[in-house]
Write a protein that binds this ligand. Structure first.
Ligand SMILES: *Cc1c(COP(=O)(O)O)cnc(C)c1O
Ligand SMILES: [Zn+2]
Length: 410
């Protein structure tokens, strides 16, 4: 196992605590010795062990099993959504519901590995900047590990459920008068200067190693088959890369064959990567003041942008942006047609898929998986805001009966 710079290809010792390439500042990736691991993999047990991140322990970059910090993350449902498929116009649609993770988002898959690494590195504290879910997840795993936790949140911009979690799990929460990108710049500097605080933002390559288990589970749940396409919301763009990486590793070890077309969705007010893909650029232009109702992807300067561009291009995928109205409509479809409650960022996948099918950019005959990254109750204020309020009625039988009859009228 080694760190490898995706820009200059330099390799580094994974026992060192690194975030970016010491030589060129590029993003680091963890590369496993896949040939060796392919032999070590117990393929029979893969068929029988229960689903979850640590089912794939052989492919996780951990040195010391006794240090593993787990809240039993992963093992989330892959729902087949026939009613939604018909509405959107595709043959076979599945939703990977990451809201079922311990703190309600896929971030837990990264944190179980990231906080385990923090223990292996022997630090006293962990830290992150976050739009919400990263802080909620890190706070929980730090609590489980007995580590101190510092999180920087953009003031007034964090969904209520996520803020509640970070506070209750005992993190030191600082509200920065600024946006996410500014908060990240500050916490990066803090962690660069203090050797005993480990940074667990998505620039951390170990977190992505945990998140690649989404791909493992999708293949696993589809009977060791790879879907034609996987649709992922893009904020800092760690997840689309991690999922791509997971499918690559399964392909390289012959657990599955082939790759899905990685398809990334952003909100109209925060779409630097979609812009780069559409214009055929290798570099993206940051968005100065990102805006969208989907707070988890309200990111103007995606840390892992270059990885996302690579994953989309290399897999023959695509990228699209959606409006807040389209996101809300998709959130309602997921809830009302399939009983799946998601936060707005997750709904962007279904909104984007719908748009791409309408444009004819996606073949309706594909087998598609949308990754629903976080749970509905992360952002209860948004749900109330976009929904009809309950009718208030007197506590009188006749009044209630009258209203129900009215509701059943054609
Ligand atoms: C973090 C997050 C995203 C964005 O993931 P990236 O890896 O930053 O692209 C999307 N949806 C939810 C719910 C998230 O918590
Ligand atoms: Zn480099």
């Amino acid at each position: 196992m080694r760190y490898e710079c995706i820009k200059c290809n330099s390799k580094f010792d994974p026992h060192e605590k690194l975030y970016t390439c010491p030589r060129c500042g590029g993003l680091l990736e963890i590369e496993l010795n896949l040939d060796e691991l392919a032999e070590k993999l117990d393929r029979k047990r893969l068929k029988t062990d229960p689903l979850g991140v640590w089912k794939y322990r052989t492919l996780m970059p951990i040195f010391d099993d006794s240090k593993i910090v787990t809240l039993h993350e992963g093992g989330t449902p892959l729902y087949r959504c026939d009613r939604l498929a018909e509405e959107v116009g595709v043959r076979e649609l599945h939703v990977k519901y990451e809201g079922a993770n311990p703190t309600g988002s896929f971030k837990d898959r990264g944190m179980t590995v990231g906080v385990t690494k923090a223990l292996e590195f022997g630090v006293k504290a962990v830290a992150c900047a976050s739009t919400g879910n990263t802080s909620a997840s890190l706070a929980a795993y730090a609590a489980k590990a007995g580590l101190r936790c510092v999180v920087l949140l953009p003031s007034g911009k964090v969904a209520l459920g996520k803020l509640a979690q970070a506070i209750m799990y005992g993190a030191r929460v600082l509200s920065i008068r600024g946006n996410f990108d500014q908060a990240l710049a500050i916490i990066r500097r803090v962690c660069d200067e203090a050797d005993d605080i480990y940074l667990l933002n998505s620039v951390n390559p170990f977190r992505l190693q945990g998140q690649k288990s989404i791909a493992f589970e999708i293949a696993d749940q589809l009977g060791w088959e790879v879907p034609d396409r996987v649709v992922v919301p893009m904020g800092n763009c760690a997840n689309i890369w991690a999922i791509y990486k997971g499918f690559l590793e399964f392909d390289a070890t012959d657990i599955t064959g082939g790759m899905p077309m990685m398809t990334g969705i952003q909100a109209e007010g925060a779409m630097p990567i979609v812009d780069a893909i559409k214009r055929g650029l290798d570099e993206f232009l940051p968005v100065e003041n990102p805006e969208t109702i989907a707070t988890a992807i309200r990111i103007g300067k995606p840390v892992n942008g270059p990885k996302a561009i690579r994953a989309i291009r290399a897999s023959g995928g695509t990228a699209e942006c959606v409006s807040d109205e389209e996101i809300i409509a998709a959130q309602k479809l997921l809830a009302k047609l399939e009983g799946i409650g998601v936060e707005p960022a997750s709904a962007s996948t279904v909104a984007g898929l719908r748009k791409l099918v309408e444009q004819g950019a996606i073949d309706g005959d594909e087998r598609i998986v949308c990754v629903a990254t976080g749970a509905m109750l992360k952002d209860p204020e948004e749900v109330i805001e976009v929904s009809e309020r309950p009718l208030e009625v007197p506590a009188i039988y006749e009044e209630v009966k009258k209203l129900l009859r009215w509701q059943h009228a054609p």
